[in-house]
Design a protein around this ligand. Structure first.
Ligand code: UN1
Length: 508
């Protein structure tokens, strides 16, 4: 089992899924994001094509706003039950959803399985959290006063999802907003509209009213229109730091607009620090998983490997050998370790970086010529300061550090301003304590891989350029989607204070 609980050894299961994928009615060729494709839904409706007119988004907000009061008035346990039914439906349709994920997002079969599983986990986790935390809480206070804290919906949220987790993050953000008592307009990435359309259909089937959850497929213009609508009461976004900044600016631009929350989960320049006491085999395995699995297209992925000088050459030699065993190819083949990147634009961008660093390659491997395959590549840097932005793909940058320089190394990484994931491989407890004390990251991984955060156990999200928090899949996520309201009531009957009477008491 990998850290996401997917049984990667069970070749029979994977082969079964692969044959279901092969017999899927979806077109195999073309990769993601290309042209008009049929919606895989049973009723055969086509996914609406992106419409640049602002009217459409305005109407969506109006519909969601009208549906909001009845939804938010529903008891929390009813909204939670919808999420649990959705989790069941996702499980029932697992093979179909995996097939769409493999075809549309070009994910490998194990990644597609992890994707569905994580979506299910988000639904169940937020349902349980909502039942526990979104009920009125009586707070201690002075005698003669009753203080009650309630979490209420805010209104209409826009959720804007990335293509790299087109089901898990798309649904995670959305169901959190919904169970917290909001209506939602959910915008998938333009590369992955079909899996989102299917997820929304299943959500409606699970009892979430159609106007409470509205799908808004399309490009950045659709997201921009939603964010600019002053009736939108909150935005949850996962994607680039640059886009998060644009959204934040837009939310503040209109003087007449209420101040509304933005939850942003963005990129990282994630480093793994390895010292000379680390177990080399484990380091190599975790580096390969963290850098190249999912073709490096995870915001959690390892970007910067920092090896203590003494072990640099031996580790890189072993890493080179391990990279040679990677199987690059069709994601629908269960044997594939690394598939293509999402689209031509991503391919060109990554290949541009790779070519620019050609003189610094220390290892690269052959890939199929057709189909946006970026060769997994290890690039040697003169200094760790030579990497200051995220390259969202299978490019691993490597630098070294000197014994005794652990604190300085951590502070260099912190200095980049991102704060998502960091890894440490060491057998020295004191080093682990030092990294834990100094690393300014949301998720620190010690002696293990750096990807595959588990909902509920490893709440995920960063700080600085990496996002606003709160962490997805953690206990503080749902309250951020809510308005918090406290009612303080004088309960004494003495001293001339009014006590509350029921309408019966006063003869109504
Ligand atoms: C992302 O890649 O957008 O831990 C975030 C992980 C995932 C990361 C999701 N949960 O690898």
């Amino acid at each position: 089992r990998n850290s996401e609980g997917v049984d990667l050894q069970d070749k029979d299961t994977l082969a079964g899924v692969a044959s279901a994928i092969a017999s899927s009615p979806l077109p195999l060729a073309g990769g993601a994001g290309g042209g008009q494709v049929p919606n895989p839904s049973a009723n055969g409706k086509a996914v609406p094509s992106p419409n640049p007119s602002r009217k459409r988004e305005g109407e969506m907000v109006a519909r969601a706003q009208a549906a909001y009061p009845a939804w938010t008035a529903r008891p929390v346990h009813e909204r939670a039950a919808c999420l649990e039914r959705l989790a069941d439906l996702l499980e029932q349709h697992r093979t179909e959803l995996m097939a769409v994920c493999v075809h549309e997002a070009r994910k490998t079969i194990p990644d597609a399985l992890a994707e569905v599983r994580e979506a299910v986990d988000f639904c169940r986790y937020y349902a349980e959290q909502a039942r526990g935390y979104l009920v009125p809480i009586e707070l201690p206070g002075p005698t003669g006063e009753r203080n009650v804290l309630r979490h209420e919906g805010r209104g209409v949220w826009a959720t804007i999802a990335p293509w790299n987790f087109p089901l898990a993050i798309f649904l995670g953000q959305t169901v959190a907003a919904l169970v917290a008592g909001n209506a939602v307009i959910a915008k998938p990435a333009p590369q992955t509209p079909r899996i989102a359309a299917r997820a929304v259909e299943l959500a409606h089937q699970a009892g979430i009213p159609e106007d409470v959850l509205i799908l808004a497929p399309g490009g950045p213009d659709v997201g921009a229109a939603l964010v600019a609508d002053p009736r939108v009461a909150g935005v949850a976004f996962t994607g680039s730091t640059a886009t998060a900044r644009k959204i934040a600016r837009e939310l503040l631009a209109n003087e007449n607009r209420p101040l509304v929350p933005l939850i942003a989960e963005t990129g990282g320049v994630n480093a793994m620090i390895v010292d000379s006491t680390a177990l080399a085999e484990q380091v190599v395995q975790d580096v390969v998983t963290s850098s190249f699995r999912s073709a490096g297209q995870r915001c959690s992925a390892l970007r910067l490997l920092l090896l203590q000088e003494e072990i640099a050459e031996s580790t890189l030699e072993m890493l080179s050998g391990a990279m040679d065993t990677l199987i690059i190819g069709d994601p629908a083949d269960p044997a594939t370790d690394v598939g293509p990147v999402i689209d031509r634009q991503a391919y060109d961008n990554l290949m541009g970086r790779r070519e620019a660093m050609r003189n610094s390659w220390i290892k690269t491997i052959d890939v199929p010529a057709e189909g946006n395959f970026v060769p997994p590549t290890t690039i040697r840097l003169r200094s760790m300061d030579d990497l200051d932005r995220e390259w969202f793909g299978p490019l691993l940058h490597v630098a070294t550090w000197r014994a005794g320089d652990l604190e300085r190394t951590i502070s260099h990484v912190n200095g980049k301003g991102f704060g998502l994931t960091m890894g440490l491989h060491s057998r020295i407890a004191r080093s682990a304590e030092t990294v834990e004390a100094l690393a300014r990251v949301g998720n620190l991984y010690v002696n293990r891989s750096m990807i595959g955060a588990i909902v509920g156990s490893q709440p995920f999200g960063g700080e600085g350029f990496s996002g606003t928090g709160p962490k997805a899949g953690g206990p503080h996520y749902l309250p951020r989607f809510c308005a918090e309201r406290v009612t303080s009531t004088d309960t004494t009957s003495s001293g001339g204070n009014a006590t509350l009477l029921s309408l019966d008491d006063i003869g109504f």
